[in-house]
Design a binder for this molecule. Sequence first.
Ligand code: DOR
Length: 441
Amino acid sequence: MNVSSLLIRHARILLADGKWLTGDVLVRDERIVEIAANITTTDVSREIDATGLILLPGIIDPQVHFREPGLEHKEDLTTASHACAKGGVTSFLEMPNTNPLTITQAALDDKLDRASQKSIVNYGFFIGATPANLPDIRSATPTCGIKVFMGSAHGDLLVGTAAVLEPIFAQGDRLIAVHAEDQARINQRKQEFAGITDPAIHSQIQDNQAALNATQLALDLSKKYQRRLHILHLSTAEEVELLRQDKPAWVTAEVTPQHLVLNTDAYAKIGTLAQMNPPLRSHHDNQVLWAGLLDGTIDFIATDHAPHTLAEKAKGYPNTPSGMPGVETALPVMLTQAVAGKCSIEQVSNWMSTAVAKAYNIPNKGSISIGYDADLVLVDVENYHPVERKDIVSKCGWSPFEGWNLTGYPVYTIVNGNIVYEKGAIRSTIKGKALRFDRSA
Ligand code: DOR
């Protein structure tokens, strides 16, 4: 009996070329070694009968805020990685707005060490840019890239003006991922709308123009220096239209499921739970974001999982923090859209796995291919059930999608050949691995 082997039988397998095969996948020593209609070996330590389930490459979530160190009352690497396993997320890229901020090699090393002890899925971390840490952002390793908050950040992480951004774009060659909001415009509009406590005003204070101004500036700097740029959580029709006209080959963009399927109507239903940065927009923005995703202007999907406690969310606008959780719901939200005909399951898998691995140069992931790491998710697109607060694993304990009747929930999630989630049960003894980022790719 081979001790580290897994045979998945009778699955509907999404192959690397986009074709489907009903059959079996054999995993040995953490990698996919065989894909065939019928694998006859019995020398395996575990078999899964996946009849009726779809096998996809595991989700790679390229924008999450997991709060450790320093903000563990909202989330930590244990609870967050459990939520990932439940949501089919087998790898994540985490943001630097923790406490301390991830702006030095020492802080990056500390996160990697914590994740190696706690995370049951694979992990990578951004290094944050400040107005004063150019040497750190150039030399830090391993990292998926440099996170630049052009807006919606406080203190050292705010890098809002062209003068401060210029040397960051000019020096070095690694990926720069921008949170594109114009902080000067936001500050001015905060004063104009001061005293309004209806959270719906959030989308007017941090308006479409604030997002467009910053995206335009980042794009201009990226073109000036031919610098690899990734625009995080695109939220407006105007940004899609800008990029559709003018998107160099070295620029990528992402969108969140919530910016695709939620809009400003959500404030009336869930109040400050709908408050995030960049804010939810109009129904028209939803439609143009979908069109941009479908025509390739937007490259992939990230959750921007940004949990806050219900007590924090109850403080009353504008004292409430922005952000919502997402890793548990993103895949079912998107697969429900696919089953409803909005897009295909193949496209969802590309946007949530294959295209992310390509953009961040993560070798050996994002595809069901021989020799690839066995990061896999088996989903059920036949049955529907509602998102319920009692089922949420994230420490924040709520979801903006409560009550949504979804399909495409993970039944098994597999990380490096190990089952980390099986029909509701999380296997917390498994540990994920640090992702590699191939800078020469
Ligand atoms: O809404 C948000 N919340 N957007 C971000 O970019 C940051 C995040 C957080 O960390 O809470």
